[in-house]
Design a protein around this ligand. Sequence first.
Ligand code: ZN
Length: 81
Amino acid sequence: MPLTEAQREEYLAAKGVRCPFCKSYDIGSTTFRPQHMAHAEELITETIGCDTCGKRWVETYTLTAVDDHPDAWTEEDNEGS
Ligand SMILES: [Zn+2]
């Protein structure tokens, strides 16, 4: 049975911490490969599985923010002195 619109909204509102089908917290990534997150032009998706009911679903990620890495400040200070 596919996800309903209500299940999608509830899942996103809860930040994806519970199974959208049986509400179990016993879920986890089944395909997570961090290096794929670097490819901004690809659609980043992630298969999540529930250990309680066995269903699987797919999350989609988008780039939402950018910020300085903490190391940037250290390098700048060293060059300036
Ligand atoms: Zn479940």
